[in-house]
Design a protein around this ligand. Structure first.
Ligand code: ADP
Length: 673
């Protein structure tokens, strides 16, 4: 977690001074004065942004509260108020974790059911933060506190399932975080549990692991080493009779305890050393440690060892003997105490060379050891079973996690597909819309075109009607003129010829314009048109022309197509007409007609050997009034192929051209099936 550095506002300084002043005042005061610090602390939290500073003060408050026996409930209330302020937003939320820690510690110190409930809630809230932030060390810390909470609820010497569960969870989270301090903390809790279960080999294993993990320089790690040395030393002393190694570890533990821990812990190590030296008859060696046993334990062993060291055997015996007869020393703890008492008495009698008594206590000690072992074995089996259960649960959780992940993956894939489909759908819809819009435009254009075509057609009709009549008159009167004036000069006769041919041309042009305007019309009804019959009629029409040009026309069997007979007639007439008209001067026209088909269309091929069309002009020939080859002897309006194209389009078909100048052209008509 990152914390911001303090910003020293005058407001903040003011509170700081007030706080110090109150501390000064409150140093010798009773718990009621201590309580007045709480509102000041809250106010300070609201002003300060240096979380470490406020945290130090919170810890100080806790320490002073413990020393002065301040009601821990007040501390809990203070923490609750701070949490309320955090939720309201008037205190930086980064304080939350520290305040929860404080609340937890006050709750534990209360040593009441209510206090434990508060501390449990605080630890659970810490776990929420851990899960939210995904920080494993925070989760490890929260689990460890939950473990402590349940451990405190367990009766002496008993281990609850929850206690084991949270210890294991804390272990996993601590290992996952890689935070050595959290791992060491967890190892220490595990050592306490191993002691409760009297699992000596596990205790040794955990203690050795603690020593291997802790750094020789980090002061935070040293306190964990104290207990590790204590456990290892005790093991060598009690179980392996290795006096040298036992002494080495206990001395190192004692040294570290003096340097880093409170006197109470020094006292524990000193007691162990006294026991070690007592049992090995080194009274002079244990003396320096007697002064360290400043806070005697609740039980008489410390005093008994001191008495034993001072050769006050009767006093030592009087101190421990009652333990063997005291009622109420039940459970594991009772067994252990009686075991130590039997050992102490064995030692005293052995030293006094009363071997009979020593043997009696030795037997008792062995019996007690058996009972302890049995209970230990049972508890260990339970723990192992419980560990197994937790592992199974965790595996199930992991499986569930995997299933959920798979489900999420599947859902995201489906989601992606839906997303893609939606994208596709939207694109299609937009495309449809744009097509509809385009369709509407095209429809509008078509309507426009139709109306233009209709206009053109009416114009063509009116024009041809209106023009044909004067044209006929011109033609008629020019003929009369020629007949009635026989002695006309050659020039005038020639002029009259020109007038007549121009009139004819104009007449053809009017025909073509009319045809062109009609060619765009929609075909209402398609009928089967036998092209063989149609061609026979066309050839009849062109008979004179064919003969005069010496043309050859060979025709294969042509298909029957669906269409409008009159319009197809015009198409073929125009094409055959051109193939005759644009005759190669060196050759007689040869026209070849054939039919073919594809899956979707009928094709009619018209191949000639005419003058051909230059490749770059081919696209132009379908344009209205475009004429590539112009000569006085070649009549035409430049509309013939435009009419062909329009008719073919009206059939839903097309027309293609391939041509080589000097060699001929190949026109193919495609009629849809
Ligand atoms: P036109 O009334 O001039 O014949 P068309 O539209 O029928 O008008 O033809 C356009 C032009 O295409 C013609 O002027 C001619 O130059 C060229 N053309 C058409 N058919 C042929 C053909 N079979 N061989 C050579 N040129 C052709």
């Amino acid at each position: 977690m990152m914390y911001t550095k303090a910003t020293f506002s005058p407001h903040w300084l003011c509170y700081k001074l007030l706080f110090l002043f109150l501390i000064f005042l409150g140093y010798g005061c009773e718990k009621s004065e201590v309580n007045t610090l709480i509102p000041v602390l809250i106010a300070e939290c609201e002003c300060a942004s240096d979380i470490t500073e406020v945290h130090a003060q919170l810890l100080e408050l806790k320490d002073r509260a413990i020393k002065r026996k301040m009601d821990p409930q007040k501390g809990i209330n203070c923490a609750e108020k701070l949490l309320e302020k955090i939720r309201e937003g008037s205190i930086d939320p980064e304080f939350e974790f520290l305040v929860l820690k404080l609340k937890h510690d006050f709750g534990i110190n209360a040593r009441t059911e209510q206090g434990l409930t508060h501390s449990k809630k605080a630890a659970e809230d810490m776990l929420v933060i851990g899960n939210k932030t995904g920080l494993d060390n925070v989760r490890a810390n929260a689990y460890s506190r939950l473990h402590t909470n349940y451990a405190m609820r367990s009766r002496d010497g008993e281990v609850s399932k929850k206690e084991v569960e949270y210890l294991l969870k804390a272990r996993m989270a601590a290992r996952a975080s890689g935070d050595t301090a959290e791992i060491l903390n967890n190892l220490q809790h595990a050592q306490i549990m191993a002691m409760k279960l009297m699992d000596q080999s596990r205790l040794l294993e955990l203690s050795k692991e603690t020593l291997s993990l802790s750094s020789p320089t980090n002061p935070d790690h040293q306190k964990y080493k104290v207990f590790a040395h204590k456990h290892i030393g005790y093991h060598y002393y009690a179980f392996e009779d290795n006096y040298e190694l036992a002494q080495e570890h206990l001395l190192e533990g004692h040294r570290l305890a003096k340097e880093y821990l409170a006197p109470v812990h020094v006292s524990i190590l000193a007691s162990d050393l006294i026991a070690l030296y007592s049992s090995n008859n080194y009274p002079e060696k244990l003396r320096p440690f007697i002064q360290d046993v400043r806070i005697p334990g609740q039980l008489p062993f410390d005093e008994a060892y001191i008495a034993y060291a001072n050769k006050e055997y009767q006093k030592a015996e009087a101190l421990v003997s009652p333990l063997l007869t005291t009622k109420g020393l039940v459970g594991n703890k009772g067994l252990i105490l009686r075991f130590h008492a039997a050992e102490m008495l064995r030692l005293i009698h052995k030293t006094q060379e009363d071997y009979k008594e020593a043997l009696k206590f030795s037997d008792l000690k062995n019996n007690l050891q058996d009972s302890i072992n049995q209970i230990s074995l049972r508890s260990q089996t339970e723990v192992l079973l419980h560990e197994e259960q937790i592992k199974v649960q965790e595996e199930a959780l992991i499986q569930k996690d995997i299933s959920i992940r798979n489900l999420i993956l599947a859902l995201s894939i489906i989601g992606m597909q839906v997303f893609l489909l939606m994208g596709l759908f939207i694109r299609l819809r937009n495309r449809k819309r744009s097509l509809e819009e385009k369709g509407q435009i095209i429809q509008a254009q078509n309507e426009e075109l139709n109306s233009a075509n209709q206009n053109l057609e009416s114009f063509a009709r009116v024009a041809s009607h209106d023009l044909r009549s004067p044209l006929r008159n011109i033609h008629f009167y020019s003929e009369i003129l020629e007949k009635n004036l026989p002695k006309l000069s050659g020039d005038i006769q020639e002029y009259l010829q020109i007038i007549r041919s121009s009139v004819l041309n104009l007449d053809h042009l009017l025909d073509d314009i009319l045809s062109y305007s009609r060619a765009a019309e929609k075909i209402d009804q398609f009928e089967p048109v036998d092209l063989n019959n149609l061609m026979a009629r066309i050839l009849e029409n062109f008979e004179t022309d064919i003969q005069s040009r010496g043309a050859t026309l060979d025709m294969e069997i042509l298909p029957v197509v669906l269409g409008h007979e009159a319009r197809i007639y015009q198409v073929l007439q125009n094409l055959i007409g051109n193939s005759l008209k644009y005759q190669n001067p060196d050759k007689n026209p040869v026209i070849h007609l054939s039919g073919s088909q594809t899956e979707f269309s009928w094709i009619v091929n018209i191949q000639d050997n005419c003058i051909g069309i230059p490749a770059d002009r081919i696209p132009d020939i379908f344009q209205e009034f475009t004429r590539i080859h112009i000569g006085a002897d070649i009549p035409g309006s430049g509309l013939g192929l435009s009419i062909v194209l329009r008719h073919m389009q009206a059939h839903g078909g097309s027309v293609e051209v391939d041509s080589k100048p000097g060699e001929g052209s190949h026109f193919s008509l495609h009629f849809p099936k």
